[in-house]
Design a protein around this ligand. Structure first.
Ligand SMILES: [Zn+2]
Length: 218
């Protein structure tokens, strides 16, 4: 898959869940980062944050309208979950059965990267976004905002998490960053002699210099 529309869940004034993390704020960080990686993978991406809606209904409609106005292979919505204070985990919601495999893959990839529970792909037929978008769609619930271990894992692995979402969506792997560890050239020293009289050292140094060797007296 090569072309995506990715939007953040909820809206600037129609807020989502909050706890150790704020859902809307974090979704608005994940969306551009995933888009950046998808572009590195030669994919086309359109991103959207709803900054205008004042009600939940407007919000869903505004997001759906944006998605359906773009050419794309897949619609992706980024959310964070709330409600279990214990283990939390990642889950990815889908509607059409054809999208179950992708949802499962994304859920597995994120949960493994964060080291949290994989709650897996979950079929939902009651969500406006999944119903209203006309292309295959998934709704990612990255982790639980009210589970501290989830929030910590997410904060620590934010970049890796976005990277793995981009890789799983596109089915491609990002190249490892070029390793610029140029091996330092090894120097082999030749030590010549040690003299108690500095004059002798200087004489030898002068002689070696004449022969074209660079010498240092220490
Ligand atoms: Zn949400």
């Amino acid at each position: 898959m090569n072309e995506f529309v990715i939007s953040s869940g909820h809206a600037k004034t129609v807020r989502g869940a909050s706890g150790y993390l704020d859902e809307v704020n974090e979704a608005r960080k994940v969306v551009p980062k995933v888009a950046e990686y998808l572009k590195d993978l030669d994919c086309k991406v359109h991103t959207f944050n709803d900054d205008t809606s004042k009600t939940q209904r407007d919000n869903i409609n505004t997001i759906i309208k944006y998605h359906n106005s773009k050419s794309r292979d897949v619609d992706v919505s980024v959310h964070f979950n709330a409600g279990t204070k214990e283990i939390g985990g990642t889950e990815v919601l889908y509607y059409g059965d054809g999208n179950k495999a992708l949802a499962a893959k994304v859920s597995k990839a994120i949960s493994e990267t964060l080291g949290i529970k994989d709650r897996g792909a979950k079929k939902r037929t009651d969500l406006g976004f999944l119903e209203g978008t006309s292309k295959p769609a998934i709704l990612i619930e990255v982790c639980f905002v009210d589970t501290k271990s989830n929030a910590d894992a997410y904060n620590k692995n934010f970049d890796k998490c976005c990277k793995v979402i981009a890789e799983t969506l596109s089915g491609k792997k990002l190249k490892e960053e070029a390793k610029s560890v140029e091996k330092k050239k090894e120097l082999h020293r030749v030590q010549f002699g040690a003299f108690s009289d500095k004059k002798n050292a200087e004489n030898l140094a002068a002689e070696l210099k004449k022969k074209g060797y660079s010498t240092v007296i220490v």
